[in-house]
Design a protein around this ligand. Structure first.
Ligand code: S3P
Length: 433
């Protein structure tokens, strides 16, 4: 198990570029594979999660060329959705997006395939996609009540369109149904309690696949084939979030990040940090498939806030690092309506609460959130990442503010979403002492 050791730094000023957006990279691969020709993808995130999707598509007969070193520039040869039956089970690694979106894609294929995952992914509920995809005519079998992996999917070339009222706001559920809906006859719709990230809708529109949003409902029509087009993936706001908090919570700090995704369904982290007192300026370019641009953060003393309701889906992956910001802010921050955190790569309510307490922070945990009282000094501690990349990175940032040394045990999981994070932390330690 790898260890990452972090110590307090006095200053933090940086100009950075973060690697490609994970959610958008998965979609760029899958949708271009469905398309009618070659698509070049730039800014692709060559991290373990997205490589799991890339390998899965390759075993389904999709040709993918690497055009530059580092794997961020690739060409995918669309196969009109005519995938070949893989010879072996597909390993989705740690990636929930791979398993759930691929299940939608495979539901329309006339063969049976098995999807496996690592220990963390094999604990996560797949009934949330198995139920609607089953209603459409695929047969998905998993383990136990929550239909956990390994999953066996028997696809069906004649799927039925449905209108599904999802009990949770989840882009993974919505996207799995939309992908299956492309293979069904007529109109398939999904209604969510609150809108989740809309990368699927935007990218399909960009590839000229008609889909519409009316209120909290998204609809798509079957029988359409995405048109092959080149896709530029912006930097991942979820990766930028670690540096945004590192800068926002420090008096005198300044951070510039260019070419980062600024999709309104993902920028909850920016809105919250501004509410907590950070100064953030944005410059947005809306001309591509996704809004992207530059942000400049100026740090200062943060104050507590409340986060709940429809804001939660816009920052669901950023709650661990927001919790660190809350520990550095004056007052008590309340996070609620976030019980989805319990079924992420780890149970992020209990892992965040336990690790913050180890650093001397007062945290009250409840079923769908927590209350964090910030403002006192944090102590370096032994942190368990529990196989969860966002926990490992959030507490590495906490270590930049804590007295003494912070040791992140199991830091290898950072590779699932942010290759290069450890190099950035090490550089910062070298110059910020
Ligand atoms: C993702 C959606 C979110 C998010 C995950 C990536 C996606 O999950 O937590 O990291 O790419 O669609 P849910 O849609 O289940 O909330």
């Amino acid at each position: 198990m790898a260890e990452l050791r972090v110590r307090k730094v006095k200053d933090f000023s940086a100009e950075l570029k973060v690697p490609g957006d994970k959610s958008i990279s998965h979609r760029a691969l899958m949708f271009s594979a469905l398309s009618n020709g070659p698509c070049e993808i730039t800014g692709f995130l060559a991290s373990e999660d997205c490589i799991a999707t890339r390998n899965a598509l390759a075993t389904m007969g999709v040709e993918i060329e690497e055009l530059g070193s580092g794997g961020s520039h690739i060409r995918v040869h669309g196969c009109h959705g005519e995938f070949k039956k893989p010879e072996r089970a597909i390993d989705c690694g740690n990636s929930g997006t791979t398993m759930r979106l691929l299940s939608g894609l495979l539901s329309r294929c006339p063969f049976e395939v098995t999807l496996t995952g690592d220990e963390s992914l094999s604990r996560r509920p797949m009934n949330r996609i198995a139920v609607p995809l089953g209603q459409m005519g695929a047969v998905i079998k998993g383990q136990g009540d929550r239909c956990t992996a390994p999953l066996t999917i028997q696809g069906n070339e004649k799927l039925t369109s449905i209108h599904y009222a999802s009990p949770v706001a989840s882009a993974q559920i919505k996207s799995a149904i939309m992908l299956a809906g492309l293979g069904a006859e007529g109109k398939t719709s999904v209604t969510e309690p609150h809108p989740s990230r809309d990368h699927t809708e935007r990218m399909l529109n960009f590839l000229r696949v008609k889909n519409i949003r009316e209120g909290d409902t998204v609809s798509i029509w079957g029988g359409q084939i995405p048109e092959s087009r080149d896709i530029e993936v912006p930097g991942d706001i979820s990766s930028a979030a670690f540096w945004i908090v590192a800068a926002a919570a420090r008096d005198g700090a300044r951070l510039l990040i260019d070419k980062v995704g600024l999709n309104p369904t993902r920028i909850g982290i920016i809105n919250v940090m501004v509410r907590m007192g950070a100064k953030i300026a944005e410059r947005i370019d809306e001309s591509g498939c996704e809004p992207m641009g530059a942000i400049e953060v100026t740090g200062g003393q943060l104050k507590a806030t409340e986060i709940c309701g429809e804001e939660i889906p816009t920052l669901i992956d950023e709650i661990p690092i927001i919790a660190v910001a809350a520990a550095l802010a004056q007052g008590t921050t309340v996070i609620k309506d976030a019980k989805e955190l319990r079924v992420k790569e780890s149970d992020r309510i209990s892992t965040v609460a336990e690790n913050l307490r180890r650093m001397g922070v007062q945290v009250d945990e409840f079923a769908d959130g927590m209350e964090i009282t910030g403002g006192s000094s944090m102590e370096g501690a032994e942190i368990k990442a529990l196989g969860d990349h966002r926990i490992a990175m959030s507490f590495a940032i906490a270590g930049l503010f804590a007295e003494g040394e912070t040791v992140i045990h199991g830091s290898e999981c950072i590779e699932t979403s942010y290759p290069g994070f450890i190099r950035e932390i090490e550089q910062l330690q070298a110059i910020g002492r």
